[in-house]
Ligand binder design. Sequence first.
Ligand code: FES
Length: 587
Amino acid sequence: MGEGETQGTRGKHFFEDPGFWGFIHRSFTKSIGYTDDDLKKPVIGICNTFSELNKCHSHFRELTEFVKRGVWQAGGMPMEFPTISIGEPYVKPTTMLLRNLMAMDTEEMIKAHPLDGVVLIGGCDKTVPAQLMAAVSANVPAIVLTGGPMLNGRLHGQTLGACTDCYRFTLEHKAGNLTDRELAEAENAICRSDGHCMVMGTASTMASIAEALGMSLPGCAAIPAPDSRRRHMAELTGKQIVEIVRRDIRPRDIITPQALDNAIRVTMASGGSTNAIIHLVAIAGRLGVRLPLERFDEISKETPFLLNVRPSGAYQMEEYFEAGGVPALMKELEPLLHGGCLTVTGRTVTENLRGVAVLGREVIAPLGQPLAAEGGIAVLRGNLAPRGALVKQTAVSPHLRRHRGRAVVFASPADMAARIDDPLLDVDEHSVLVLKNAGPKGAPAMPEIGQIPIPQKLLERGVRDMVRISDARISGTSYGCLIVHAAPEAAVGGPLALVADGDEIELDIAKRRLQLCVDEAELERRRLLWSPPPPAYDRGYGLLFLQSVLQADEGCDFDFLLPPELREASGVNGSGGTAGSGKGERR
Ligand code: FES
């Protein structure tokens, strides 16, 4: 440790205590192989979220070893620890139920232990936002290392992407265009390596956001999981965390309102997942910053769509990596970015982008010749969603961007599952499918079922897209005219609860309009007849979730995890608090 440098002191106090507890801490730590010399180094926690219940994290044991190597090389002392790990395909009813639990788990593990710094290894959809929320609240020096996307799926010379093609294959199988054998072949070919989904779904979007915020090292997001350069990135991350501990650079020095703008801009230019909006609002909330949906729409309107990656484009993360990854996209966006934001390199965004170039113009379009004039996500308003609804406009069929049609209403996800393929369902390709009670408190936990299936009889007639509206979420890998996150949700009496079969609904994406064409007197009559659905939980974590979760436009965090000043400003009555002052534990 050089003179004048700031060194982590949490581990130091832990091990240098002259009394009983110092004895215990040293004795117990040395018993697992660390030496007295090691105990003098900054203690670096490595949050390893390996789990066999999370396919996207299957390689994290190995990745953790490379992080440790970097920590040792830089003069730190690595200590690995687990938290819960949430894998998108397995967790029921939805991983969103557990995002806040993972954020609490991670925050409390960081705060409760003698860590001077922490490397957070995440990948699958909800894990990176949970870790970023925790990093802001704990405010101990931290770097996010994402696990990287899978290699492209391959079948009969075709490139496949999870899970965009998972929808396509199951849809075509349902329509009778694919045999059972062909479906099984696709199952075997689509996910052929370690890593998370390899289109610009939520995992790739959140990895890009971690990088755009400045919380991952430049270039981290797009390196494929099995590529040797991801191991190099892990080692570099291990070295760099020791450096930022020495320089006392903390998440709140990095994640500022300007950095959030940069992250939103990268998301919009990338055709990123609608889920990113909920997560960014939640991350900002931990800072005490209210991030209104208008800010996303403002940035979307002034950010050209540049990234030709599925589900909004033609390529996948592997080609994005070869084209230069997030640094190359940020280089193209540089005139629109806040270049002075600090990052985990210890340098600013502008300094990081020096010498960076776009290496594949077919993947990253020039700012002056974008793929579309606006960003990927549009925020809709109207009497059907007074607090906003989202649509990934880059994935909408052009003929549906402006549409008026009759509502076909499903009262709940169960009702939808029971009736969607009923041959007697009164529906045609002009209908607007409406799903209620699939929001944060409704379904519960806002599952990714906003991609309401096209009814079988319409599928057989060749229909592949329809206007679909819900208070649910969608997977970042979804495509089609899917209007989601309608707020307030139906289960708390939002206007979606009042829609009836046959009502006319008007959508105009260019005008950002979503309107239920029913007069106010009739809506008021229906409002008086409305009653909330029965709660899904009556005990345990599920009950805590129902009592504390905020609406989609507020980030779906728990009210009591917001800093008190934001709770007061929002008029939220927190039910207690683990966040303390909300300012983290400054040493
Ligand atoms: Fe983990 Fe898609 S299932 S990222």
